[in-house]
Design a protein around this ligand. Structure first.
Ligand SMILES: NC(=O)c1ccc[n+]([C@@H]2O[C@H](COP(=O)([O-])OP(=O)(O)OC[C@H]3O[C@@H](n4cnc5c(N)ncnc54)[C@H](O)[C@@H]3O)[C@@H](O)[C@H]2O)c1
Ligand SMILES: CC(C)[C@H](C(=O)O)[C@@H](O)C(=O)O
Ligand SMILES: [Mg+2]
Length: 359
């Protein structure tokens, strides 16, 4: 019997549906070229789910995800729902889905295409050889700690607590060491151990785990220094492992090494092969509905899904090669175009990539 892979598709809000539509064309082309079979099921999540179901993460959406082999997500959020305590709070939306699906590890590769060096804010000679992955802890830290308001001596106070337990640090550290082993065997563990107790536990734990990986070179970098070194010596990083909030910030910074946040794909994984795949960027309300968003981050997220959840390395390579070929031929969406007047739209970029895919 044919091995049909079930993919939950969550388009979301803003540019989410625009970029996900291009990724779905890539799924269809993969079926034609390679004979793999996908069964997609669409589900509501985010602002659109609030509007239609009264809640950002309806139970049926969670069930669709849980019964799938992988999830393809666009982006959620937007001014209509943000900051409204009753509506799209991250803890009930994105954070809720990550926790509910046990996705503690967020893998964000910053892949530099040579022909896009001109779009980067860094000099080409500084970028030379840059190829790094941010491994971000995704279900702990200050994102998930207790938060509350209280009356203090000088008026209202807000409290966010940052908590990590040793198991949470150990499992993400092991995963990062394993990834480093398959690459250039260098791991930078990023923390703020000069100030934060959670970071001291983080560092101690990473040092202990490192004993099992003597073949991997480990460096500890304080997060402020890392933010600077990413711009100064990006090519010296191979795998960066860090806690939730630092990883959020550093991965957006790493995106600019590639030229645009519209280029950065991601995989969120748990213990098994199940994964949620999404671009690192958000719903980009400033350009939503204009058909100009870059779909490459989402398309490359499909390639990650093929590699990490399905083991379809041939199809993943076909996608990555097609993206490179289209960029090498000079096609650009506005975010990566030096000459903005030559920029093409989301659908045109998706079509070019699909047509460039070969077995
Ligand atoms: N995973 C997610 O769903 C996710 C991630 C980040 C932000 N958000 C949400 O998205 C909303 C907007 O957040 P933001 O503006 O801070 O971040 P954003 O990533 O949506 O946009 C930041 C900037 O990058 C540009 N950009 C983003 N993706 C692009 C693409 N594919 N092509 C071209 N340009 C692109 C936008 O136009 C904008 O100028 C908020 O509600 C936020 O909470 C969601
Ligand atoms: C929208 C927000 C909650 C989210 C995060 O901080 O994790 C986003 O920035 C991301 O990087 O996926
Ligand atoms: Mg982010």
């Amino acid at each position: 019997m044919a091995d049909v892979k079930k993919i939950a598709v969550i388009a979301g809000d803003g540019i989410g549906p625009e970029v996900v539509a291009e990724a779905e064309k890539v799924l269809k082309r993969t079926e034609e070229l390679f004979g793999y079979q996908f069964e997609t099921e669409h589900a509501l999540f985010g602002g659109i789910a609030i509007d239609e179901k009264g809640t950002p993460l309806p139970e049926e959406t969670l069930q669709v995800c849980k019964s799938a082999d992988a999830v393809l997500l666009g982006a959620v959020g937007g001014p209509k729902w943000d900051n409204n305590p009753k509506e799209l709070r991250p803890e009930t939306g994105l954070l809720g889905i990550r926790k509910a699906l046990g996705l503690f590890s967020n893998i964000r590769p910053a892949v530099i295409f040579d022909c896009l060096k001109e779009a980067s804010t860094l000099k080409p000679e500084v970028l030379e050889g840059t190829d790094l992955i941010v491994v971000r802890e995704l279900t702990g830290g200050i994102y998930f700690g207790e938060k509350f308001r209280r009356e203090g001596a000088n008026g209202q106070e807000a409290v966010d607590t940052c908590v990590y337990n040793v198991n949470e640090v150990e499992r993400i550290a092991r995963q990062a060491f394993e990834i480093a082993r398959t690459r250039r065997k260098k791991l930078a563990s990023v923390d703020k151990a000069n100030v934060l107790e959670t970071s001291r536990l983080w560092r101690e734990t990473v040092v202990r785990v490192a004993a099992d990986y003597p073949d991997v070179e480990l460096e500890h970098v304080l997060v402020d220094n890392c933010a600077m070194q990413l711009l100064r010596r990006p090519s010296s990083f191979d795998v960066i492992v860090t806690e939730n909030m630092f990883g959020d910030i550093l991965s957006d910074e790493a995106a600019m090494l590639t030229g645009s946040i519209g280029m950065l794909s991601s995989a969120s994984l748990g213990e098994g092969s199940f994964g949620l795949y999404e671009p690192v960027h958000g719903s980009a309300p400033d350009i939503a509905g204009q058909g100009i968003a870059n779909p490459i981050a989402t398309v490359l997220s499909v390639a990650l899904m093929f590699r990490l959840t399905f083991g379809y390395h041939d199809a993943a390579e076909a996608i990555e090669r097609a993206v490179k070929e289209v960029l090498d031929a000079g096609h650009r969406t506005g975010d990566i175009a030096v000459d903005k007047s030559q920029a093409i739209g989301t659908v045109a970029m998706g079509d070019l990539i699909v047509n460039a895919m070969r077995k």
